[in-house]
Design a protein around this ligand. Structure first.
Ligand code: AMP
Length: 282
């Protein structure tokens, strides 16, 4: 496994594979890797000749300094995991390497970023768009892998590659969960043992809503009941719970079985902000 710390090292490593015409699969991450990230790596390995993983905690996409400075870092463990998966290249650039200058560019994704994560984290998707554009530009993969866990991010990235005509196929990988249903996330490492138990709430609420929806109950009524359940957990502070169109992310006021819908939630458990989502009609 080659570890590239500079763009030049990455390019040199990739060039030999490009000559062989191997399919390059790319998995961008911010590290603190878990089984969710590894499922993306496995998906890449199953269709690509070469798998490149990047680890970079992108300052541009954090709108809270505390969240940025406390973001978990487990680089040695990450490299062990990637080595076990037989990843070909790990790209670990420094901030100076990726941003020799503070970008003046911002990206406005229009209506798809004005809701949910975009509404609560101003500038987040501009930062995601810029870093993903740079990484795709350096790696030039044929396929790039993103987790369904970040549903809005998937919509943003698909729009990014479409609008900029970036020649890459975007593959979406289902959310990996802990045994009790909690979506795997690097931020789970920051939960205290009690908060970790409380965090089950997110998946429980999503399932409650889904079950009620498919048995025909009224969404606004269900949402009220779900909010009451969340309020019962003292460490929980909800930011949003919505029924949305999976592709446009438009908020829905009622259930329509002919549309592809998802339930989405963002909730603080203690100081840790967690997100999750669940497709309603698979
Ligand atoms: P991150 O390191 O949080 O930026 O995530 C890197 C990639 O892994 C993103 O495409 C995420 O959507 C994906 N990812 C994170 N958690 C999970 C999970 N539990 N299951 C599947 N993919 C995930």
């Amino acid at each position: 496994m080659k570890i590239a710390k500079t763009i030049q090292e990455l390019k040199t490593s990739l060039n030999s594979y490009r000559i062989d015409n191997q399919t390059i699969g790319f998995v961008p991450t911010m590290g603190a890797l878990h089984e969710g990230h590894i499922s993306l790596v496995k998906a890449s390995k199953s269709v690509s000749g070469i798998t490149v993983v990047s680890i970079f905690i992108n300052p541009l996409q954090f709108n809270s300094l505390v969240d940025f400075s406390t973001y978990p870092k487990t680089i040695e463990k990450d490299l062990d995991l990637l080595q076990k998966e037989e990843v070909d290249i790990v790209f670990i650039p420094s901030k100076e390497e990726l941003y020799p200058q503070e970008p003046v560019l911002t990206i406005n994704f229009g209506p798809i970023e004005q809701v949910l994560e975009g509404a609560f984290r101003p500038g987040h998707f501009s930062g995601v768009g810029i870093v993903v554009s740079k990484l795709l530009n350096f790696v030039k993969p044929q396929v790039a892998f993103f987790g369904q866990k970040d549903l809005q991010q998937v919509a943003i990235i698909k729009r990014l590659v479409q609008d900029l005509s970036i020649d890459v196929r975007i593959e979406v990988v289902p959310t990996m969960r802990e045994a009790d249903g909690l979506a795997m996330s690097s931020r789970n490492l920051r939960l205290t043992p009690n908060e970790r138990i409380a965090a089950r709430l997110l998946y429980r609420v999503l399932n409650f809503c889904r079950n009620e929806l498919i048995t025909g109950s009224d969404w606004l009524q269900i949402r009220q009941e779900a909010l009451a359940q969340i309020q019962q957990e003292p460490s929980a502070r909800m930011e949003y719970l919505e029924l949305v169109d999976t592709y446009t992310l438009e908020s829905q006021s009622s259930y329509d079985a002919t549309k592809t819908l998802s339930l989405v939630i963002a909730c603080f458990i203690g100081k840790v902000r967690l997100i999750d989502n669940l497709p309603v009609n698979l």
